[in-house]
Each structure stands twice: as C-alpha cells, then as structure tokens.
Design a protein around this ligand. Structure first.
Ligand code: UT7
Length: 351
C-alpha cells in the first residue's frame, strides 16, 4: 500500500507586509531583499495568533479537501519551531481545537526539515498498519522573534507613528534574518491507498556538528533561569544564522539528497515532473534547480509572497501547485529541505 496525500490546506495570517513597509522600520530596501532572497512580501500573524491557530485553519481545509471528518483521523504530526508554548506542544492544542478523538499526537521540531521528517514518520506509521489516516501539519509564527516591539502598530497600519532613530538602529542589527521570515501553515492528510502511488522513497540526514550555524541559544535549559532580560536585550532570543555556510550546505546537500532518492527508486532525475524545494531563498532554489539540471518550470516557488515559513513552506507550496493544476495524477514529485540541525533530506512521491 502507498502513503498518499488525499487532502491539503493552508492557513495564512492576515497582515501582508512588503519589503517597502519593512524599510520604514530598519535600514533595508526592497532591492536588497529581492536581489539577495527573492522575497517581495511576507505574512505576519495578528498579535495573539499562534502557530496552532494557523495550523487549525490549514488542517480544517485539508480535512474538508480529503472529505473526512475529525473522527476519521488516527494520529496527528505537528512540525514547528515556533510552538505556542514550550509545553505542551502544538499537537494536543490542535487536537482539542479541532475536536479530534483522543488519538496520539506527535510534536516534531526539525525546523525547516520538519515537514519532510513528518512525511517519513507518517509513512512509517501508515505502513506499520497501525494507523490509516494521518494529519500532518507544518506551521510557524516567527513574528514574535522580531525585535521591533514598538513598531508593530506602524508596520501593520494601526498607527501613523514613525519609529524613532534609536528603534531603527536597534531593528537594523538583525535585518540579515528578520527580513527573510514570514508566518504561515500548511497541512496534508495522508492515507493508505493502492501500491505504486504516494511516497516511494525518503532519505533523511542529520549532522549535529553543524548545529551552531543556525541556532537560538537565548532560551536554554542549560541556564538558570532559562531566559533573562539580558539575553533578550542581547538579541539571543532571535535565531543566529551563519547565512553563507547554510547557503553552501543547502545548494550542495539538497541536490545530493534528491539524486539519492531517485537512484534508490530507480528513476532518472530528468523523469521528475516537479521538485519542491524548501523556500528559504530564491537563489538557493535556483541553485538546486541548476545542480539537478532541470528547467526552471519544474522547480516552482512562492517565496516571493511568503518568505521563509520554515516547516510550512513545503505543504503550502504543494497545496498551491495542486490548486494550480501543476500536480496531476501519475506525476513524479520530489520534496527536499535543509535547515537547523543540520537536518536535510528528500522524498519521492507519485501523485
Ligand atoms: O531556512 C533555514 C535555512 N536558511 C537559509 O537557507 C538561508 C541561507 N543564507 C542566505 O539565504 C543568505 O546568506 C542571506 C540572504 C541570509 C544573506 O545573503 P548574502 O548574500 O550572504 O549577504 P551577506 O550576509 O553577505 O550581507 C551582504 C551585505 C552586508 O553588508 P556589508 O558587510 O557588505 O557592508 C550586510 O550587512 O548586506 C548587508 N545586509 C543588508 N542590507 C540591507 C544584510 N541584511 C540586509 C538587509 N538589508 N536586510
């Protein structure tokens, strides 16, 4: 039996924020952000709206799309690096909000590779025969990382106040990361169906020696207390990223992983109809496309509109490609991602 995606949905927050709007808060420009990352705008959640809320929107849509009721689901996998709380995870919060039965929920924290790891876990659970229908959600609300505590009302159009020079200087310190991230959610329902369709192969990798290139040390249970005002002031509650190192790993390891799953499945890379790459930077996506020797139309992207939504990029992209008719029955689709951990990998899927 194959593990087949039978429903998809997305949950997008209300505030659309352009590069131009961000340049009111810090020293940046539409040109810099577009040229370096391909991003034109991103969405931000309303204050008080969490990744569970966005996940619930996406999951409700995915359930309806699959023609299922909440009681049909056997397990939930929720991937996020921005949970509502440290404990419990988002899984039980989503289970309660959707009125799902008392089924098990698994919380994953593989960051940008969270959805990919979720696909692997869902496949293994389904193939064990102990579960028949799994809801897999990737959702993030990154906006609380953003340091412009006094700038939110200006940014989302609730106040005409121009921010002060001191606030601008403060916001500029983290511009290399803040402009890249957005909020959003995607969800899929995965069910067992006839052999030959669905997930064909997955290959996952971890290299913990690279943990330091993309990390957030500001809230740490190695410290007492685990977070202090000094750490917040020092910007340690924002992810640190050695951008160039992550970039190089991404354009090398994602194509390798795609080649590995193709080789294991006995298909040529040229036979792929689509490759869905984690949406972190348009230059990375294009790098992966060129390394695989595929034409640009086989490697779609939506980073222009959402920025990097970490665990949500792949399910949002898959949903949009399906809606736009780019994914049709019988097509061969590869997923690939790389992020903090380092975790990376690829999955091969027959629609
Ligand atoms: O999803 C998780 C995985 N993450 C990724 O895959 C991200 C991988 N890395 C990247 O995407 C890129 O490395 C970045 C987009 C983060 C940065 O691009 P870059 O071409 O490596 O730029 P850079 O960091 O070398 O910065 C170039 C210049 C610097 O100025 P100087 O030192 O040359 O004067 C930065 O200070 O650009 C400056 N800069 C900015 N200028 C305007 C950095 N951020 C900004 C900004 N606006 N937002």
């Amino acid at each position: 039996m194959g593990s087949v995606i039978t429903g998809t949905g997305i949950g997008l927050p209300p505030h659309v924020v352009t590069n131009e709007a961000l340049s009111r808060l810090m020293d940046t420009s539409d040109e810099w952000i577009r040229v370096r990352s391909g991003i034109e705008e991103r969405r931000y959640a309303d204050p008080g709206q969490g990744s569970t809320d966005l996940g619930v929107l996406a999951a409700s849509q995915a359930l309806a799309d699959a023609g299922l009721r909440p009681e049909d689901i056997d397990a939930v996998i929720f991937a996020t690096m921005t949970p509502d709380y440290l404990l419990p995870g988002n899984g039980p919060l989503l289970q309660a909000a959707l009125g799902l039965p008392n089924i098990p929920t698994f919380d994953l924290r593989q960051q940008c590779s969270g959805f990919l790891y979720g696909l692997e876990l869902a496949d293994v659970l389904l193939q064990s025969g102990r579960y028949r229908r799994i809801l897999l959600v990737g959702a993030e609300v990154h906006s609380p990382f953003m340091p412009w505590h006094l700038g939110w009302d200006t940014l989302i159009g609730r106040s005409p106040r121009e921010i002060t020079d001191a606030e601008r200087a403060e916001n500029t310190l983290s511009r290399d990361r803040t402009v890249l991230f957005g909020d959003g959610a995607g969800a899929v329902v995965i069910e067992t169906r006839e052999e030959g369709t669905g997930l064909l192969k997955t290959r996952l990798f971890t290299d913990g020696t690279g943990a330091g290139v993309l990390t957030m040390t500001g809230a740490s249970f190695k410290r007492r207390p685990f977070v202090t005002p000094e750490q917040i002031a020092a910007g340690e509650t924002l992810p640190f990223m050695a951008g160039k190192d992550v970039f190089k790993s991404a354009v090398t390891l994602m194509p390798q992983a795609v080649r590995a799953v193709c080789a294991e499945a006995g298909v040529a890379v040229e036979e792929l109809d689509l490759v869905l790459v984690h949406q972190a930077n348009l230059r990375i996506i294009e790098g992966v496309q060129k390394a695989l020797g595929l034409p640009p139309e086989k490697v779609p992207h939506n980073i222009e509109r959402y920025g990097n939504t970490t665990a949500a990029t792949l399910p949002i992209l898959f949903h949009e490609c399906r809606e736009e008719g780019k994914i049709r029955p019988g097509m061969l689709v590869a997923f690939t991602a790389l992020g903090s951990g380092l975790h990376w990998g690829a999955a091969l899927y027959r629609a």
